[in-house]
Design a protein around this ligand. Structure first.
Ligand code: FAD
Ligand code: NAG
Ligand code: NAG
Length: 501
């Protein structure tokens, strides 16, 4: 408690200091301001959805003196296809989430423009497909009851959430919400249903996740409850390529040949001052510009991969370190033949283990990849971290044991397995952000806030849609607009409402 109050004081002092600095800057440096207004240069760190969208927004506003530095050898970031068993599958984002609602998800529009091959995910019959540890199916009525209970608890949570202070100071965890309703799942069916409705979306357990910021979730209440699985050989990342093609030069084969996009450029240092920024890459090169837009994941910002000079202010570091980078692992496994149920109502199935989160959610991909005999099993959080550190052979052996439990001893051995390792990857350090209990609006605004000439974007800066592709897309636009307002109108102050008003 004491610590929190101290932190708040420090933060307020620092915020007002930064504000006065910004004001001073405006008053004292008319020359740099004029120079940057005519032909400002901007470095964008990272070429995922948000970085590309920020660059495009700047470019559309006439700010074309940009340099995009991307650490890997491709654009798209966490939207990434990989070849597995002769097909391209997605190791990152797979669904357009939030479709058929009152507003149109911009990613849905893009996916349709591109004719991306996609499949409605039907979860209606999942209660008939819940396997027992030790074999056999649970009665669908039992599973149905557990799902209804979750719906009731969430309905209560929505009502309670609407009465809480908008700042988030009275926020509670999803687990506390369950306790208030006296429904804490404590048997294999209850736990797997809880996992399926919570962890399968947020990649962290209910004790961690903020109720006020996830119940209801803006993605589903604004854009609709439906989700569509993208299974296109061009990859879900072709959405990012499509956006990049609209402002970067391409050759006849539609490869990007614009020198303003540089791949294999790992940013290690960002120096910033009142007059500009210098960005250093791992290969020892230096890039100078008037502004920088940092789009790397919050997981990366929580490490020292990029050194800021001077250090980012205390309030900024604290806000960045308080948010969560969750881990969601999509394991693909190939078999010589299909031995699981197929047909309508069988796509998703659950494994109700006594060990919560142990290979719990399964998807058979016969519609998406006919004849491929591929299953997808999803794990998260601690299981993800454990599995990333063991050999694929060990993971495959665990998966075979679970499958024998569900489908009998005589099933064929898997012939191939793919285990993405997003958490170990220094350019990601996890898969997407999750809003934890204890972070309120004020701290969230600090995550998004620029520091002098350093701007921030990425899914974790999206005001309502953190964690999603559409969040990254909208955040790219928002952060670029903040920078444009500063460059063109000299309005560089980012307003952070006071903590508890
Ligand atoms: C496994 C998984 C499943 C997901 N499922 C879904 C889903 O089904 N639906 C959905 O809507 N969303 C999903 N998401 C979330 C979605 O993919 C992300 O929210 C979104 O793609 C993030 O875009 P971004 O631009 O913010 O970040 P990124 O895509 O991470 O882009 C940042 C870029 O910065 C680069 N970079 C990092 N460090 C450096 C450095 N030092 N120097 C230079 N470049 C650097 C990275 O290589 C990357 O290209 C999923 C994500 C994962 C990983
Ligand atoms: C599966 O569902 C679709 C759409 O509801 C229906 O048209 C089709 O006949 C069903 N197929 C089977 C085998 O039941
Ligand atoms: C639901 O799943 C069960 C078990 O896999 C299957 O037998 C049944 O036909 C499915 N029902 C519907 C309505 O799809």
């Amino acid at each position: 408690m004491k610590k929190e109050i101290m932190g708040r004081r420090v933060a307020i002092v620092v915020v007002s200091l930064v504000q006065s600095l910004l004001l001073l800057l405006l008053v004292l440096s008319p020359t740099t301001t004029t120079a940057t207004r005519t032909n400002p240069s901007v470095i964008i760190v990272g070429a995922g959805m948000s970085g590309i969208m920020a660059a495009k927004t700047l470019s559309d506003a006439g700010i074309t003196n940009i340099q995009i530095l991307e650490a890997t050898d491709h654009i798209g970031g966490r939207m990434h296809k990989v070849s597995f068993a002769g097909i391209n599958i997605e190791i990152g984002a797979n669904w357009v989430e939030g479709v058929n609602g009152k507003e149109v998800n911009p990613i849905w529009t893009l996916a349709n423009d591109l004719n991306l091959r996609n499949f409605f995910s039907d979860f209606d019959n999942v209660s008939s497909n819940c396997y027992k540890q030790g074999g056999g199916l649970h009665k669908s009525s039992v599973v149905e009851k557990a799902i209804e209970t979750v719906d009731e608890v969430n309905g209560f949570g929505e009502k309670l959430g609407a009465t809480l202070h908008p700042s988030g100071k009275d926020d509670i965890s999803v687990l506390t919400m369950q306790r208030l309703m006296n429904h804490v799942p404590s048997d294999p069916v209850g736990m797997v249903v809880d996992y399926y409705t919570s962890d399968y979306e947020f990649a962290e357990p209910p004790r961690v996740t903020s109720m006020q910021n996830t119940v209801p979730l803006a993605t589903f209440s604004n854009f609709g409850e439906d989700i569509y699985f993208v299974a296109d050989q061009r990859g879900y990342g072709s959405v990012v390529e499509h956006l990049a093609h609209q402002f970067l030069k391409t050759d006849k084969k539609s490869n990007i040949v614009d020198p303003r996009l540089m791949l294999n450029k790992v940013v290690r240092e960002i120096s910033y001052s009142k007059s500009g920024v210098t960005v250093m890459t791992e290969d020892g090169k230096k890039y100078e510009a008037d502004y920088v837009m940092v789009s790397v994941s919050i997981g990366v910002l929580q490490t020292h991969l990029i050194k800021f000079k001077p250090d980012l202010p205390h309030w900024k570091i604290l806000a960045l370190y308080q948010f969560d980078m969750a881990v969601y692992t999509k394991i693909f496994i190939k078999f010589p033949k299909t031995f699981w149920p197929t047909g309508n109502g069988t796509e998703f199935f659950l494994y109700a283990s006594e060990r919560r989160g142990y290979y719990p959610i399964w998807q058979q991909l016969e519609r998406q990849y006919p004849g491929a005999n591929v299953l997808l099993v999803t794990v998260t959080d601690e299981e993800s971290r454990r599995i990333e550190q063991q050999s694929n052979a060990a993971t495959k052996a665990e998966i075979m044991d679970v499958l024998r439990d569900m489908f009998g001893k005589n099933i064929p051995e898997a012939t191939d397995i793919l285990v993405p390792r997003w958490w170990s990857d220094r350019f990601y350090k996890g898969t997407f952000s999750n809003w934890p209990i204890g972070v309120n609006r004020y701290e969230f605004d600090q995550i998004r806030a620029p520091v002098d000439r350093v701007y921030f974007t990425g899914e974790h800066t999206s005001e309502y849609y953190n964690g999603y592709v559409h969040g990254a897309y909208l955040a790219g636009i928002d952060s670029a607009n903040m920078m444009i307002k500063c460059i063109k109108k000299g309005m560089c102050k980012f307003h952070i409402p006071a903590k508890y008003t």
